[in-house]
Design a protein around this ligand. Sequence first.
Ligand SMILES: O=P(O)(O)OC[C@@H](O)[C@@H](O)c1c[nH]c2ccccc12
Length: 256
Amino acid sequence: MLADLTANSVADALARREVRPLDVVERAALDRAPALDALHALRPAARVKVIAEIKRASPSRGALASIDDPAELARLYELGGASAISVLTESRKFKGSLADLDAVRAAVALPVLRKDFIATPYQVFEARAAGADLVLLIVAALDDRTLLELYELITSLGMTALVETHSGEELERASAIGARLIGVNARDLSSFELDRDLFGRLADRFPSDAIRVAESAVLSAADVAHYRAAGADAVLVGEALVTGDPMANLSAFLAV
Ligand SMILES: O=P(O)(O)OC[C@@H](O)[C@@H](O)c1c[nH]c2ccccc12
């Protein structure tokens, strides 16, 4: 499933490349205002930080919310105290787009993450051209060489990589490339099974200078407290914010 999701995202990017060649997207990326400092925005603090996600649907949960105006939702997230915004740009299963990212970028002053299945430099340039400050890299979807190449490209463009892991071995691969912002996804992207205790089992294996992000299935303040107690500096939340009252949920999560 992860391989299919990645292959589809890469195929869609190749189709876009026919319309907008690499050199054009590269120039657009370099013409953007500099990326915001996401490591600063997400640095460990007395309170847990929330990366709030714009997510219409997912392969495991189906349709979640229509979200006609992603910019408006992003403004609510910002008002509610989120530290960064994640925008799903995958179109087939998650119903997102780069236009969503661009609109969110224009609407808020927070760092914005391109959440997609990134496996080529073209997708990284596209992210920066749409205004992304952060790019997701899923370790399980990439071989070591590609992981390092994309990580270095993201960094050289002034952006931050959120490097996503789902095992101790993947955490070691994230550490080996020097990742400073590392996520543990509770959901296995191949089977879609959830393991809320995975973060806790891996927490003491993060590099000491890395920011620790717990991802997926954060539905209540109790879930946030669970991850915080296990050592999370930040939580990444989609479903709970797009299906519930985003302001009420954010304030409950930030009060943990
Ligand atoms: O909606 P949730 O359960 O709060 O999950 C958010 C986020 O963690 C999830 O969207 C996610 C984590 N890693 C991903 C990789 C690709 C797509 C989506 C994801």
